[in-house]
Design a protein around this ligand. Structure first.
Ligand code: NAP
Length: 206
């Protein structure tokens, strides 16, 4: 599948590399298109890895990952433009670290509201990027969550998550349920400090 990964940070790199390994055609997007981190990633990854601006990366892609800084995600997606996101699955992995007190909507809802033609699916934002793309790093069963309004889009994203190795993919419901996973960030940060590691996740016991 043709996939755009918008973001040149550690999350963008982890997801783009994993997708390349699974045989997808990946373009890493940045503001400039020739971001040094993106170019270094492409050089390391070898033939086939592409870099471009956010908009150029998204234009030919069937599915777009938003791995940009949460407080700048709307700006990054505005640079892509609504027409290039129309009908596409937009997987939102971002957390807005500055969101406290901003209002009731989650970033995912703000993105869905700003780009009504995109099929936004929030997922993977509750886990460190190393574990996101390789859940087998942690022993035992542990869960990843998914929120979105479009059932078919969630089905496709669920397949992609299973190809990463995820077995327990919990569909929480519509995009408003992303409020819960975005709010979890505070607990995640406290847990990380208490446990002294970023390599952990939630396991559900019924
Ligand atoms: N670290 C984790 O394990 C983890 C886990 C869960 C969720 N997340 C979330 O994943 C996202 C990515 O995290 P990260 O640490 O990989 O990267 P990051 O440093 O949070 O974001 C880097 C990306 O944001 C873009 N950006 C920064 N300022 C911008 C602006 N003013 N306008 C447009 N784009 C801008 C950068 O564009 P350029 O490429 O042009 O510089 C770059 O591509 C974040 O939202 C983070 O909260 C991270």
């Amino acid at each position: 599948m043709k996939i755009a990964v918008l973001g040149t940070g550690m999350v963008g790199e982890a997801i783009a590399s994993r997708l390349m390994g699974l045989g997808h055609e990946v373009t890493m997007g940045s503001r400039t298109g020739n971001n040094p981190r993106a170019l270094a990633w492409a050089a390391r990854t070898g033939g086939g890895a592409r870099t471009a601006t956010f908009g150029e990366a998204a234009a030919p892609s069937e599915l777009v990952f938003n791995c940009t800084k949460g407080s700048s995600s709307l700006e990054a997606l505005r640079a892509v433009g609504a027409e290039r996101l129309e009908g596409k699955i937009l997987v939102d992995v971002a957390n807005d670290m500055s969101a406290a007190g901003k209002g009731p909507l989650s970033l995912a809802e703000e993105i869905q509201e700003a780009f009504p033609g995109a099929r936004v699916v929030k997922t993977l934002n509750t886990i460190n990027c190393g574990v996101m793309v390789d859940p087998s790093r942690l022993s035992g069963a542990h869960a990843v969550f998914m929120s979105g309004n479009d059932r078919e889009a969630k089905g496709r994203v669920g397949e992609l998550l299973r190809s990463f190795g995820w077995r327990e993919v919990i569909d929480l419901g519509d995009i408003a349920t992303a409020r819960a996973t975005e709010a979890y960030l505070r607990l995640w940060l406290s847990l990380s400090r208490a446990l002294g590691t970023v390599q952990f996740n939630i396991a559900l016991v019924r």
